[in-house]
Design a protein around this ligand. Structure first.
Ligand SMILES: Cc1cc2nc3c(=O)[nH]c(=O)nc-3n(C[C@H](O)[C@H](O)[C@H](O)COP(=O)(O)OP(=O)(O)OC[C@H]3O[C@@H](n4cnc5c(N)ncnc54)[C@H](O)[C@@H]3O)c2cc1C
Length: 258
């Protein structure tokens, strides 16, 4: 059973994000990066499956700048056995080209189960898992909250919808995207961190996959903008009765809502 987890390194949720001067991306300097939180659920699930089945092999892959090696090393520290970086620094890719590169890499590594997060919290596209599954012509279930093994060739995947739980039975190989609640991700142990420092992170170059990403790009981000500033609030002074009268007057005469 070969399990491949796709992880993306994203800015820390606490990071202060500034748009770059070309208005096409963000200013990278000074930003702390983390593993995309939904990918942590995917990593944890891979580890749990490995612990349950005695024939599972786990690998983690990421497509990105050299700094993304940190994310791979953190995954190794958790107990993932193999890490692969597909280096790509230039900010030229889109969803389809990124997913195409990931799908080709997974094909090269071999796979029975591909796990990813439901979405990356920076670009929020929520497309990668679905595109990988389409390219490999295998099933895809999104937003999984539980994965159960029936046997080595079939799994049950639970997902929550408004008021219900859906349970799918699917044949492997398949792609599953992780939703919050799938599990409780563990922390790396000190020993895991020390061992991960010695592990080798392999590299697969995009050119070695026989891909020219520029031929695959289907969408182009033309501009990144800040949301328009919110108009200033209005403070109504006076006691409660006076303030309520002023509010009604304002809503009727100025805002024209009532
Ligand atoms: C090197 C590079 C260059 C880029 N250049 C551009 C650009 O010029 N213009 C532009 O608009 N966008 C660019 N992007 C962003 C790119 O379009 C999106 O990151 C990509 O399409 C995925 O969308 P998303 O990040 O919203 O992921 P989602 O589809 O929301 O991610 C879902 C899941 O897919 C997996 N995943 C996503 N991205 C990766 C990854 N890189 N490696 C491994 N697993 C992943 C994770 O498991 C993640 O949880 C670039 C990205 C990369 C890595």
């Amino acid at each position: 059973m070969k399990i491949v987890v796709c992880i993306k390194q994203v800015p820390d949720t606490e990071a202060y994000i500034k748009i770059n001067s070309q208005k096409t991306s963000i200013e990278e300097s000074g930003i702390k990066y983390i593993i995309n939180p939904y990918d942590e659920f995917a990593l944890e699930e891979a580890l749990r499956i490995k612990e349950k089945l005695n024939n599972a092999e786990t690998a983690v892959i990421t497509l990105g700048a050299p700094r993304t090696q940190e994310a791979l090393r953190s995954a190794l520290a958790l107990g993932i056995e193999k890490a692969v970086l597909i280096p790509q620094e230039d900010f030229i890719l889109d969803n389809f080209s990124s997913a195409f590169i990931l799908a080709k890499t997974v094909e090269r590594l071999g796979y029975d189960l591909i796990l990813c997060g439901k979405q990356a919290i920076d670009d929020d596209m929520a497309q990668t898992g679905g595109i990988i599954a389409s390219l490999l012509n295998i099933p895809f279930v999104s937003l999984a909250t539980k994965i159960e093994f029936i046997d080595n060739s079939q799994i049950k995947v639970h997902r929550e919808i408004e008021g219900f739980t859906e349970v799918f039975k699917i044949k492997l190989p398949a792609v599953i995207s992780a939703q919050k609640g799938l599990n409780e991700p563990r922390y790396a142990s000190l020993m895991g961190i020390m061992q991960a420092k010695k592990k080798i992170i392999s590299e697969i170059k995009i050119q070695d996959l026989g891909i020219n990403p520029e031929n695959l790009i289907k969408t182009k981000l033309t501009r990144l903008e800040y949301p328009s500033p919110r108009s200033q609030g209005k403070i109504l002074d006076g006691d409660l009765k006076e303030a309520a009268q002023k509010l009604v007057k304002f809503l009727r005469e100025e805002a024209k809502i009532i």
